[in-house]
Design a protein around this ligand. Structure first.
Ligand SMILES: Nc1ncnc2c1ncn2[C@@H]1O[C@H](COP(=O)(O)OP(=O)(O)OP(=O)(O)O)[C@@H](O)[C@H]1O
Ligand SMILES: [Mg+2]
Length: 499
């Protein structure tokens, strides 16, 4: 993973990093709040020895004191002085508990010993530190006084007594939070990288092309507006998603130029990958270019087109197949110029059988005769065979993969199922591509072209929408001068209009 990949991972998985950091920091705060505050009181002891008047006596005395302080520090943390302190103060604790909270350290090359006592009560911490020091002074006197009652060789004085500490030393809230922050960020970044390594969803154009063996002909951005209104109002809309569909339309018409596909099935591997929404908007994009388009709901199990387009759902594909209505009766004009819809009709008990029937093939070929394009929405390939059946009878299939959701093996199996029925795969389409973060494509760059300097939308011209289309082999095809629908083979010959 190079730096660029690393930044990409961070940008796409910033939520993981932030949430992990937040959790660890909150943990550090909770730990600080739950920790009993401990106060520290300190005393300082001075060790001196009796020495002769000569310089060498003084030097030796000083050396003797320095050697003594090491042992004294050990004794200060020992059981005897702890027990004497407990007895003196009448405390309800074991000597071991007190020993655990006493630290004595001798400063190198000095005759000073620092004694620190930790306790949950600031007053008791001070009392223990002072009493312990006093007890130790007495203990040293006892230990160092020779049996003959002569003056002790060494004595200890409490040079600095303890006072009541004002602030607790434990917990160190600021330090805990800073440590939590650093740990949280490291853990978050680690998790983000791990998730990225374990992520087997389709996110890269190359992966999509590799798995499908077809060119990526479109990338549809995630647009929350589509959840409220599936159909794009192309007359007024120059947003990123509208441009993405125009681009898809352009690419579609460059596919198989010698035998342009006119009955196009839109499918995907699993549910909710944006098939219906994409089918509607491909149909509308083609209608915007003044083609006559029939949009057929080939999903006879969970039909949605009538809901998304506010049409009647009870009469449609299945009704015509069962002889309940003629095609003319079932076709519904829409509020969009050039778009006619055949909804699913009543949900039949045997959708696969119905879609595989000769009547279904006849119906599609009749639609092909009447319209420039027939766009068929269908079911997910891995769920049921309906889509594969429809695909086999179509001119070409567009397979959707939802960015960051469709798993690689799902897509491979879906493509296998298309290949097993010999369905011609036209291309792959990324759906619901995030428009922010690492995944985003600069769709909005296209929109700028239609805006004047004051930001107002400009009338869109056909030439402006023509981008470099993707050829079927995945390579980029540069449109030639004067390249327009008028210059290329037309689906029906009835309409010869520019894109
Ligand atoms: N480009 C998009 N941006 C945002 N939301 C989208 C987009 N495309 C589709 N959606 C939403 O995703 C959900 C599923 O979309 P849709 O019904 O088109 O998928 P589907 O593949 O046809 O599902 P099913 O397999 O159930 O038929 C819907 O709520 C739809 O509004
Ligand atoms: Mg659908």
């Amino acid at each position: 993973m190079n730096l660029r990949d690393f930044v990409k991972v961070l940008r796409s998985r910033w939520i993981t990093v932030c949430v992990t950091t937040l959790i660890v920091v909150l943990g550090a705060v909770a730990l600080s709040l739950l920790t009993t505050p401990m106060y520290q009181a300190s005393t300082r002891l001075f060790v001196s020895t009796t020495s002769g008047p000569s310089a060498s006596d003084i030097y030796q005395g000083s050396r003797f004191s320095q050697e003594r302080v090491i042992s004294y520090a050990e004794l200060l943390m020992g059981q005897t002085v702890a027990q004497r302190t407990i007895d003196k103060l009448g405390l309800d604790m074991s000597s071991q508990q007190m020993q655990d909270n006493v630290t004595a350290s001798a400063k190198r090359d000095t005759v000073l010993i620092d004694v620190s006592v930790l306790d949950s009560s600031p007053v008791r911490a001070r009392d223990i530190a002072n009493t312990l020091s006093d007890e130790f002074v007495a203990m040293v006197r006892e230990l160092e006084t020779p049996e003959n009652g002569a003056a002790p060789d060494s004595r200890v004085v409490v040079e600095q007594r303890a006072s009541i500490p004002s602030d607790p030393v434990v917990p160190e809230t600021a330090r805990n939070i800073a440590t939590g922050l650093a740990l949280g960020i490291m853990l978050g970044v680690g998790l983000a990288i791990l998730r990225d390594v374990l992520d087997n969803t389709v996110k890269r154009r190359e992966t999509l092309e590799e798995l499908t063996g077809a060119a990526v002909v479109g990338t549809v951005p995630l647009d929350k507006e589509r959840r409220k209104q599936a159909a794009i109002a192309y007359e007024t809309d120059n947003s990123g998603i509208a441009e993405a569909f125009r681009k898809l339309r352009t690419n579609l018409q460059f596919l198989a130029v010698d035998n342009p596909p006119r009955v196009i099935v839109v499918t995907s591997s699993v549910p909710s990958e944006g098939k219906s929404t994409t089918a509607i908007n491909i149909a509308l994009a083609l209608a915007e270019a003044e083609h006559s388009v029939a949009l057929v709901d080939g999903d006879l199990r969970r039909p949605m087109l009538h809901k998304y387009l506010d049409l009647i759902g009870s009469v449609g594909f299945s009704t015509v197949l069962s002889g309940g209505a003629t095609l003319d009766e079932a076709l519904q004009k829409t509020r969009f110029a050039g778009l006619t819809v055949l909804t699913s009709g009543a949900i039949p008990p045997n959708p696969s059988e119905l879609l595989g029937s000769q009547s279904a093939r006849n119906l599609l070929s009749e639609l092909r005769g009447r319209f420039d394009y027939v766009v068929v929405d269908s079911t997910p390939l891995l769920a049921v065979t309906d889509a594969a059946i429809l695909a086999a009878g179509s001119d070409g299939v567009l397979i959707m993969a939802r960015y960051g959701q469709t798993k690689r093996e799902q897509l491979s199996h879906a493509v296998d199922s298309l290949q097993s029925v010999g369905a011609p795969l036209l291309g792959a389409v990324f759906t619901m591509m995030p428009t922010r973060g690492s995944a985003s494509y600069s769709y909005y760059g296209y929109s700028y072209k239609y805006e004047s300097e004051d930001g107002k939308p400009q009338p869109r011209t056909d030439r402006q929408t023509s981008q470099r289309p993707v050829a079927h082999d995945g390579s980029s095809t540069t449109p030639k001068v004067g390249d327009s629908r008028a210059d290329r083979p037309q689906p029906t010959g009835r309409r010869r209009r520019q894109l």
